[in-house]
Design a protein around this ligand. Structure first.
Ligand code: BGC
Length: 655
């Protein structure tokens, strides 16, 4: 640290100003005369989108595309996220990248946000826990992360100018905790300040959140970087604690002038420079470019992560798993060219792509195929539909692959509605009529309406599952992997049921978060609003039985244990979900909130005891008078649930 302070004292004012903005799109500026090198950043989050600096055109290097966050969140599996992060860390090392720009832990306020696929959940506890596991994984390989987008970046419409207008309690209970958890449990090397304003002040210039809360209250030790182009006033950003503005900008002069005319203190600038230098030195110290990275092994891990994340939404009469001897038709262009990721800055140039058709062939299953629609537009025509119907009729069982095409879901825009392309809804009806033994496989990065849900026998949510998703889909369809994904978001029946429906996108640049703390299932459960599939929902090919719940007060929190047994005939993983349900309290509170979870693997007949330790925070609300967390006197249910709607057993504690 003294060395760093000493170095900063040797910098000219111009050099200091220069250090607080990028050299180009990805590098920090070097100061050669003092031997200061550059740190290299790259997108992120579910793969590496790294420029090839050895080529004049800096073309993107092929890299392994892992399942997107919406998919991996459904795993509810901290260990899996750690492993995936670790693999990405190794890839970064071998590609020369010091900081991976991710993960995104923004809360999904509406199903319409064009970037929902890059974010984990509507629930801050889940998003924080999984985000922390991912960051710890990447950083365990000596590569930094950038936790983004800090914060309340809930829409893409007018993302550069809109102001998220949110009350203090909602900020503390919903929009901040995922960031807080990742900071406290994983210390990401960097955090990325979002494009939007928060209550009128740009995130990059928001001293309250960057300095008072992030650094002083939570103890963040790393560097704050602006989202790319999110700094509007360089001096204000430095003053607030945005250490680095990215990418390269022609505005360093603003800083020099502000220091000279006394509107910016040189101490604030020095502090930013120190943090930039810390990042540079940390990057240099941790470089291990010789670390072996095997794209084939990473592809296999990507398949495993996807398989452990896909969510079985419906399985009537046990239609799935299919038997490899059945006469099966795969219908839909997504079975040949799956949609595996979303559009925008996170878009990876995959090293390879496994489709469900290829994976089925590799597994020795012969399937017939009909395209049914154009995968780019999602549109169909009478000929394509007739062919698809014919294929469905001549098979014992049909698997129909549908979803959202790229053009309907991407960074920079929000969806105007929650519907699938019309042709896809029609296809479900036609194919189910032609063959009642139909399963639907969905590829989408955010919930869609399913007006046809009664018709197919089975529905598998395959999300945007990364470059090996076709393999994962086949693993689940044929029962080589028992599905264990659980939705990390609610699927409302229709968009109008979503609590942000009346206010989403806002008026002009003002976006008021009027639904407050009632985001996602917190609203649906409290309001008794029926949904298509609740948060935490997902089926398995086996069955689990719960018993012996014990809930005991311990200190200012509680100790909980419960037994879970696999009472079916297949091995499988279960997600044990614990919710706290305030019973007799004075504050307005959601009916129940997720406060713990565990993913366990059980062989048939096997039983395990799961133990949870709940801190006081699990029972608290944010008191706007004390500006602090507070546990009310009263009774609290501690529930073990199948999902946010279905409690299995419950105990009680009183404070
Ligand atoms: C995105 C970030 C991304 C950055 C660099 C921005 O437009 O919002 O998520 O990391 O670009 O590509």
């Amino acid at each position: 640290m003294n060395d760093i302070k000493n170095l900063v004292s040797q910098l000219t004012l111009e050099e200091k100003a220069g250090l607080t903005s990028g050299k180009d799109c990805w590098l920090t500026k070097a100061v050669e005369r003092l031997g200061i090198g550059s740190a290299r950043t790259s997108d992120g989050p579910h793969g590496l989108r790294a420029d090839d600096y050895s080529r004049d055109d800096h073309a993107t290097m092929p890299a392994v595309c892992f399942p997107t966050a919406v998919t991996t969140a459904a795993s509810f599996d901290r260990e899996m996220l750690f492993e995936m992060g670790k693999e990405l860390g190794r890839e970064c090392q071998s590609y020369g990248v010091d900081v991976l720009l991710g993960p995104g832990v923004n809360i999904k306020r509406s199903p319409l946000c064009g970037r929902n696929f890059e974010y984990f959940s509507e629930d801050p506890y889940l998003a924080g826990e999984l985000g922390a596991a991912f960051v710890n994984g990447v950083q365990s390989e000596g590569v930094g992360t950038s936790l983004k987008h800090f914060f309340a970046n809930s829409q893409e419409t007018r993302r550069f100018t809109s102001s998220s207008e949110i009350d203090e309690r909602t900020i503390r209970e919903i929009y901040l905790p995922a960031f807080e958890t990742v900071v406290k449990k994983a210390q990401p090397w960097t955090i990325m300040a979002s494009y939007n304003k928060i209550n009128g002040t740009y995130s990059t210039a928001n001293r309250l959140y960057l300095d008072e809360i992030l650094r002083k209250e939570w103890g963040f030790e790393g560097l704050v970087v602006s989202d790319w182009g999110a700094t509007h006033d360089r001096a204000a950003a430095v003053e607030a604690g945005t250490d680095l503005t990215m990418p390269a900008e022609d505005t360093d002069r603003q800083i020099v002038e502000a220091v000279k005319n006394g509107t910016l203190s040189e101490e604030a600038l020095d502090l930013c420079c120190e943090r930039v230098l810390e990042l540079v030195f940390k990057s240099e110290k941790n470089r291990r470019r010789e670390l072996p990275f095997d794209p084939e092994a990473a592809h296999a891990l990507s398949r495993k992560c996807a398989a452990d994340s896909l969510v079985l939404l419906k399985n009537e009469g046990g239609m799935l798993p299919l038997s490899k001897g059945d006469k099966i038709a795969f219908i839909g262009a997504f079975s040949k060219t799956p949609r595996v990721q979303g559009g925008g800055s996170s878009h990876i140039r995959e090293t390879k792509l496994t489709s469900a058709l290829e994976a089925a062939a590799e597994a020795g299953v012969s399937v017939t195929y009909a395209a049914a629609y154009n995968p780019e537009t999602g549109e169909s025509d009478e000929n394509l539909i007739a062919e698809a119907v014919k294929a469905a009729r001549s098979a014992d069982k049909a698997v129909l692959f549908i979803g959202l095409p790229d053009s309907m879901e991407y960074e920079g825009g929000d969806r105007p509605h929650m519907k699938l392309p019309e042709a896809h809804d029609r296809l479900v009806r036609e194919i189910c009529k032609a063959n009642p033994e139909t399963a639907v496989v969905l590829h989408n990065g955010s919930p869609v309406e399913m007006p046809w849900i009664d018709q197919p026998k089975a529905v598998l949510e395959a999300y945007l599952g990364g470059q090996a998703v076709g393999g994962a889909v086949v693993d689940i369809l044929f029962g080589d992997v028992n599905p264990s994904g659980r939705l990390a978001e609610s699927f409302p029946r229709r968009l109008e049921d979503n609590p942000s429906y009346l206010y989403y996108i806002g008026e002009g640049d003002r976006v008021t978060y009027n639904e407050g703390i009632f985001v996602g299932y917190r609203y649906y459960e409290t309001k008794k609003q029926e949904v298509l599939f609740p948060f935490g929902y997902g089926l398995s090919y086996t069955e689990f039985e719960y018993s012996d719940l014990s809930v005991k007060k311990a200190g200012d929190g509680a100790e909980v244990s419960v037994k879970v047994k696999n009472v079916g005939v297949r091995e499988g993983k279960e997600v044990v979900q614990l919710y706290v349900a305030p019973e007799k309290v004075k504050m307005i509170r959601p009916k129940r909130e997720l406060k713990e979870f565990a993913k366990i693997d059980l062989r048939p007949g096997e039983e395990k005891t799961v133990r949870f330790s709940l801190p006081a925070r699990a029972f608290s609300y944010w008191d706007i008078e004390a500006h602090d967390w507070k546990v009310e006197s009263g009774k609290f249910g501690v529930e073990i649930c199948k999902n946010a709607h279905e409690a299995i057993m419950s105990g009680e504690v009183e404070f």
